[in-house]
Each structure stands twice: as structure tokens, then as C-alpha cells.
Design a protein around this ligand. Sequence first.
Ligand SMILES: [Zn+2]
Length: 259
Amino acid sequence: MTGDIGSVGNLPRWVSLVRAPNPGPMTLDGTNTWVISADGADGVLVVDPGPRIDEHLEAVARHAPVRGVLLTHHHPDHAEGIERFTELTGATVINPAPGGSLRHGDLEITTLATPGHTADSVSFHVDADAPAVFTGDTVLGMGSTAVLWPDGNLGDYLDSLELLERQGPIPVLPGHGPIRDDCAAAAAEYLAHRRQRLDQVRAALRDGASSAADVVSVVYAEVDRSLWPAAESTVRAQLAYLSSRDGEHIRPADGWAES
Ligand SMILES: [Zn+2]
């Protein structure tokens, strides 16, 4: 799998993919490690070195010299390999602060604060002849992402999706799965999905669901059971969100956290 780019779609010419061999229910085909080269740049940038799997990190390191690493968020499947990768290449994390940017050859890369999946999730907008945005786990190449309460926050996540929707019809280079052609359309689809789920959670509560696990068994009935723990985190995020918006319908989130 390492280095396979056969199934991801049409990449902008300034980026290549090294996919980590860590497939699973949460990681789809494995973590996408992205390598950014650019005309006039001194070395490459790496987005998310991925898990600590030596053969993967060595495959990424073959693109050396590496100017620096950009990290979308702290989850191990994206960030765990950073120490080993620094040993291999000398490169360290050089994320611009949210709102800040760095120039890489003829590319301008700007950090977008996109919390929600985790509190520290960011995306990277690349301004170029062929622009694109790296979204980590905030928007995936297929399916939807988990909002992992309490680190994740659904209100923040909805705001982040609206920010990504405003990036326009540019390609999404996600943390897992194939690229998506249109960031605005993907973000709109995710927003619609989230609102539909919230409606389903409200309905489950009206029908008597009395714990997060109850809600999962109703709202996520069609989802593979291996994903139910993540779904339960997302339900807790949904319940916390609903109790902050229309609290008369449900108990405080703290009560739910114990159930
Ligand atoms: Zn993640």
C-alpha cells in the first residue's frame, strides 16, 4: 500500500501521497501522509507523518530534504510518527498559528482553525495555480468523521464546516480516503449530515432514549458496530450541543456523561 496513489483521484501537481499501512474502521485505507513540493522551494513539506511504522516513515523520508512538518491534529494515526521522522530527516513541526501563513516556493500555505473533531484540529489552505485544502480528519475522503467529545465539540465543528464551505470549490486533500473535488460541496454535505443526525437524536430523545448508548442503538443502528464507541463519543457531543441550544428537551450533558 505504501506509496499507492492509484485510487485517490487527480492530485494537484505540487503534492504526492504516501499512504500509511494502517487500515481500519476509523482510518479507512490508512492515514494519508502528504508531501508538498513546489517550484523554487528548498526541500519538501510533509503534512501528517502518520503512525509510528518504520517502513512508512522511511518511505516518506525518501522525499528528503524535508523543510518541515505540518500537523493537522494530535491523534496518533497522524502524529505518532513525528519523533522517529525527526530522527530520520531532522524536520520538526512548523505549523503557522491559525490565521498565519508560510511561503513554500510558489505556494502560500495558511492555517485555518477548524476545531471540532478535536480541539486542536487545523486545516491548511494552499494558495497556488491549483489551490487545495488539507483537512486532516475534519472532512474525510468518504463517510463522515467523529466528533470525539469532550475533546471534540459539535458547535465548533459546525462552525469549522462553515469556514471550509467558504473556501469554495477547491479540492480537499483529507487525512483518510480519496481526495474530494469540491471543498464547498463536501462541507455542505457534512453540514446537512450533522443536522440530519441532530434531528434524529432529538427524535430518539422524544421517543424515550435515556442514555447515550440508547441513542446510538437507535440513530446509528445501520452503522457497523465496530464504530459504535466513536458514535457514542459523537452522541455525547450532540447531547452537549443540544443541551446548550434547546436544553428544555434533555437533561444536562453532565448527567449523560455518567450514563
Ligand atoms: Zn483524528
